[in-house]
Design a protein around this ligand. Structure first.
Ligand SMILES: [Zn+2]
Length: 42
């Protein structure tokens, strides 16, 4: 079951910042939807 979840996330397209659309590099906080720039502006 857990492996299926991992596969699911692996197959997701590259994450993008929800605000500026910049491509997100691998981040420690994988729940983040914004790049560091936009995240720090909140
Ligand atoms: Zn951004």
């Amino acid at each position: 079951m857990i492996e299926n979840v991992v596969e699911y996330f692996r197959n997701l397209p590259a994450k993008q910042c929800a605000t500026c659309g910049d491509k997100l590099e691998e981040m420690h906080e994988c729940y983040q939807t914004q790049c560091e720039k936009c995240n720090s502006q909140a």
